[in-house]
Design a protein. Structure first.
Lengths: 479, 410, 116
């Protein structure tokens, strides 16, 4: 079979493009190297929906950020993904930094993004935990927060329910083109398509080269994060930024879509396989947020992680039909504000295909709506009783900390692009994401995965091949 | 549904409280637990050492639990197992759900909170490096080995020399794993000496005090850890870093009383113990809601949990007959003392026993309780450590004001 | 004659005990501050014994926790584990059931501590 479109990369960019094209009468597939969607930067970022004031006017970033920000309330509603327009607050310490605020305010105006200058006192009235050393701030009411994994899985589920095929564990190692048809050598698969969309994150430069496309360089820029428990008393309502530097937007302090507070990211150049956190980096993230909110207490940390930004040499998004390789569309260098931009990027890629003469008739019966897994813990008692009457497994609470039931875990496994791993369950339905972080529920989640997938419990992994959890039954020697 | 006394948790605390409530006049006593069988954490504590004080025998966890389960059943205590409490309202309505009962609400005449603890998780330690599989808490490993029957790995390093870490060092070794070392951040071990001998020395497992893990390695599964010595402030000394290949890291780095339900019920929590503020009858700040066991303070010996829970159960039953307002004095953790339970003392003229933990290792000292300047209790101690809970008993007549507990003569 | 050192575990004091051992006999004990400590040192140095607690397979019903009915010679702990791990019990099992009698000829039984 020859697909109309093959998308390389199931991060938020690839998933959104798949969703957009899935609404059209096309055969579409997504080819992903790892064991699950959002395995790269899309899983490990701040979850910020940037207002868009800070992008350089006239750049693709500025354009996509603004449009993505506009689209986000509707997209998140259609996909049933938690989103909150909580606003962004950039804080300045002293006159030098205040000059930076002025630059951002000007850019905001040039980009058509509403911003408002505030005094340090006004900022502290809004957010009482902020440092007394803050002298001024810039408020951008259209900034927001979203759960990046939910956005990706929501888009992919929607795409798949409209007929898009997803190949996981399929790293593209070679690409050929014969008679106008691409052939991808991806894991055990040979995938053929008319159009190739390169949304491969930190590896987009490799994919472009493999396809005979433009030679650009993507460098991996790692950002480290600290996530705090919901119970940490030092909270903000909005996203707190410092003034940007040549290293990027800097460390921010923000609520997440799940009510936890997050600190990060740092910025260091690393090689493309390095997802490690470092002592220096975590200290930097903590010190960074303690500068904004001095009472932040590291003892409330519940986890740390790092993500790799796909940084383009040109510092701007590369979203274009390749000139050297007809039939290739590069969507590369999607670092910040990539998450925010993702629905706009998808829209733009669709336009690029249309300009190239691809027929984009609407697919009959396709829907933009995806309903999220219903949460027992958020239902009224009446609804809880209804759910239990429908399915007794709603009465079996598996994750005590987040009150997630067996029925929800089972659903997260059997949906399109369902969970196959412990991390997959946690990212989809929050079982194991709470204060005990899986200490109580991991054995139970593994038992449910094993049962539903027809595997033995010791075949269940944390995040795919190689991340085994159990080494065989006791008394029977090793695996 | 109504019940005289509702107990949350069927571990050793809940079991003893339920029995005491029944024996002191409560008619209907319901114990709710999320597991399929009562016994709580004792079910997976298959080692012995339980019950030396209560029974004069050294029982295994399941055997200790069985004594209480049998007695509770004989007394007509009702168990709702595989049932999760979702919420406790300040006026003692318990919302719970389970496959057998569905969603239920129980109006409790009195309540006993006995939810125990959770383990401090790996993420909370912020260990730099990768995030591979193979890093888990000792209690979760214990569940896998003893209940599910699976090995979490074969080449293990254990961080934390508390008893759970020591017990698992032995358990893993007995089942064929190679436990390479146990690391302890502090300059002293948190576990019983007996466990050092029988879990580490017996198997030639080295104990490295003033050491910690500074990095995790391995993209998918753990391949090793970097360990280092730490200075007096617990900061790793870079020059001492050493790579230890292993596929499993077990963590025994702290227990946290599980008080989410207590908070939701409006119960005041002591930030030092992370447990409810209780009076000498184990009543929390919410009238009719009592608490006992690890949910109040992390215990070392289950025998003392049983003792504490018995008092709480009795008090819960008495609450049904007459609401006891306590009010009265506070206890204060003074020099050398980390916390004191109970946090408030009832002015009922009865003798009170104070339970506390010291904040360091002290030899040849005195533990002292004072009311103002007057010494009201004093005990000579050849040694006090943070790992062993201490107690002092004060005569009712001596309680004239707030009581401060200190360590002196060091 | 050999000088042996050990830490007493009978009470939290943890006295550091030194003993002269010759020909399997304890000649002299110093460092213990009570009789219980001396007695512990004596047995520990001549015939160290340990209770064994572990689990055993039950056909069709998972695992059952077990214990040795008395302390076993320390050197026989791992060999006993091999015997226990090769065996399996038949359900139903009741607490107290003898699942392996006289393990390795020690006169000690392996006994269930829970039901299965």
């Amino acid at each position: 079979m020859i697909y109309d479109v093959a998308i390389v990369g199931a991060g938020v960019t690839g998933a959104m493009i798949a969703r957009e094209l899935g609404m059209c009468d096309l055969s579409v597939c997504v080819v992903e190297a790892e064991a699950d969607v959002a395995s790269g930067a899309s899983r490990a970022n701040s979850g910020i929906v940037h207002a868009g004031f800070d992008a350089q006017p006239g750049t693709m970033k500025a354009r996509m950020n603004k449009r993505g920000n506009e689209m986000m309330p509707e997209v998140t509603r259609e996909l049933g993904v938690p989103f909150e327009e909580c606003g962004s607050l950039v804080v300045a310490f002293g006159p030098e930094e205040e000059k930076q605020l002025d630059i951002l305010a000007d850019r905001g105006m040039a980009n058509g993004v509403p911003v408002k200058r505030m005094s340090g006192d006004e900022a502290r009235r809004m957010e009482p935990v902020l440092s007394r050393d803050i002298t001024a701030a810039l408020w951008a009411p259209t900034g927001g927060i979203v759960d990046p994994f939910s956005l990706t899985i929501g888009a992919m589920e929607n795409a798949m329910s409209n007929g898009v095929t997803l190949y996981l564990n399929s790293r593209v190692t070679a690409i050929t083109r014969t008679d106008g048809i691409w052939e991808l050598f991806a894991g055990d698969n040979r995938i053929r398509a008319h159009w190739l969309i390169n949304a491969a994150g930190v590896y987009a430069d490799d994919i472009s080269r493999m396809a005979g496309g433009e030679s650009f360089n993507i460098r991996a820029r790692r950002g480290q994060y600290v996530l705090f428990d919901k119970s940490m008393p030092v909270r903000t309502k909005s996203v707190i930024f410092g003034v940007p530097s040549d290293r990027g937007k800097g460390v921010l302090f923000s609520p997440t879509a799940h009510v936890n507070m997050i600190a990060g990211p740092t910025a260091e150049f690393v090689d493309k396989e390095d997802h490690d956190t470092t002592r220096e980096g975590l200290q930097e993230a903590l010190a960074g947020v303690q500068r904004y909110a001095p009472a932040v207490d590291a003892r409330y940390a519940i986890t740390v992680f790092a993500g790799l930004r796909a940084m383009p040499e040109s510092h701007d998004f590369i979203i274009e039909r390749s000139k050297s390789a007809p039939g290739l569309v590069n969507v590369a260098g999607i670092e910040s504000p990539g998450l925010t931009s993702s629905p706009a990027i998808a829209e733009y890629v669709k336009e690029l295909l249309e300009e190239a003469g691809v027929r984009l008739d609407p697919k009959p019966g396709a829907s933009r709506i995806r309903r999220p897994i219903e949460r027992f813990s958020e239902a009224t008692p009446e609804r809880q009783r209804e759910l239990i009457a429908m399915d007794r497994r709603y009465a079996n609470v598996i994750c005590r900390c987040e009150q997630i039931t067996e029925a929800e875990i089972v659903e997260s496994i059997h949906r399109p692009c369902g969970a196959k791993t412990v991390d997959g369950v946690r990212l989809r339905i929050r079982a194991g994401a709470g204060r005990c972080h899986g200490g109580f529920c991991m054995p139970r989640v593994m038992a449910i995965l094993a049962r539903e997938l027809g595997r033995d419990i010791d075949e269940i992994t944390k995040s795919g091949a190689g991340s085994w959890i159990l080494d065989g039954r006791i008394k029977e020697g090793t695996r | 549904m109504k019940a005289d006394v509702v107990v949350v948790g069927a571990g050793p605390a809940g079991l003893a409280a339920a029995i005491a409530a029944k024996e002191n006049g409560a008619d209907s006593v319901v114990v709710i637990d999320r597991e399929e069988r009562p016994g709580g954490i004792l079910r997976q504590c298959i080692h012995n050492g339980f019950g030396l004080h209560v029974f004069g025998e050294e029982l295994t966890g399941p055997e200790y639990a069985a004594r209480f389960i049998d007695k509770a059943n004989a007394l007509g205590v009702r168990f709702l197992t595989e049932t999760m409490v979702l919420n406790i309202s300040p006026d003692r309505v318990v919302t719970a759900v389970g496959p057998e009962t569905g969603l239920i609400a129980i109006e409790a005449g009195a309540m006993v909170l006995a939810m125990g603890c959770r383990e401090r998780s790996a993420g909370a330690l912020m260990i730099p490096g990768s995030r591979p599989s193979g890093v888990l808490t000792a209690g979760t490993a214990q569940r896998f080995v003893n209940i599910e029957g699976y090995m979490p790995g074969r080449e293990a390093v254990i961080l934390g020399s508390g008893d759970i870490g020591l017990i698992m060092a032995r358990r893993m070794t007995l089942e064929g794993a190679h436990v390479k070392m146990v690391l302890e951040l502090m300059p002293y071990s948190g576990g019983l000496k007996r466990n050092i001998v029988q879990c580490l020395d017996d198997f030639n497992i080295p104990l490295k005090l003033s050491h910690t893990v500074t990095r995790l390695h391995g993209r998918k599964r753990l391949t090793g850890v970097t360990v280092a010595a730490v200075d007096e402030s617990g900061v790793p000394i870079k020059e001492t870093e050493e790579y230890v290949p292993c596929d499993t890291l077990l963590l025994s780095v702290g227990l946290i009383p599980e008080n989410e339900l207590s908070r939701e019920a409006g119960v005041e929590i002591d930030p030092t113990t992370n447990g409810p503020v209780v009076d000498s009858h184990l009543q929390t700040s919410a009238p009719g809601i009592f608490a006992c066991g690890n949910v109040v303070q992390v215990h070392d010996l289950v025998d003392f949990v049983t003792e504490e829970a018995t008092r709480a159960g009795r008090a819960a039953a008495q609450f049904l007959k007459e609401t006891s307002a306590c009010g009265g004095w506070k206890t204060i953790a003074g020099r050398g003392v980390r916390y004191v339970v109970p946090q408030t003392l009832c002015g009922d003229g009865e003798d009170k026993t104070l339970f506390f933990r010291v904040s360091g290792v002290y030899r040849d000292c005195f533990t002292v309780a004072r009311c103002g300047d007057k010494v009201v209790a004093r005990k000579k101690r050849p040694i006090c450590t943070p790992g062993e809970m201490e107690r002092l008993t004060i005569k009712g007549a001596d309680i004239c004001g707030d009581i401060t507990v200190t360590v002196e003569g060091v | 004659m050999e000088m042996r050192k050990l830490t007493c575990v009978v009470c939290p004091l943890g006295c550091a005990i030194t003993a002269e051992v010759e020909g399997g006999k304890v000649l002299n004990i110093s460092g213990a501050t009570c009789k219980r400590g001396e007695a512990y040192a004596k047995t520990e140095l001549t015939d160290p014994r340990r209770m064994l607690t572990t689990t055993m397979r039950v056909k069709g019903a998972g695992l059952v926790p077990v214990k040795s009915s008395a302390a076993l010679p320390k050197a026989l702990l791992m060999p006993s584990m091999e015997v226990i791990n090769a065996a399996s019990a038949q359900a139903p099992v009741r607490p107290g059931d003898v699942l392996i009698a006289d393990i390795l000829g020690t006169g000690v039984d392996i006994v269930a501590t829970d039901r299965a």
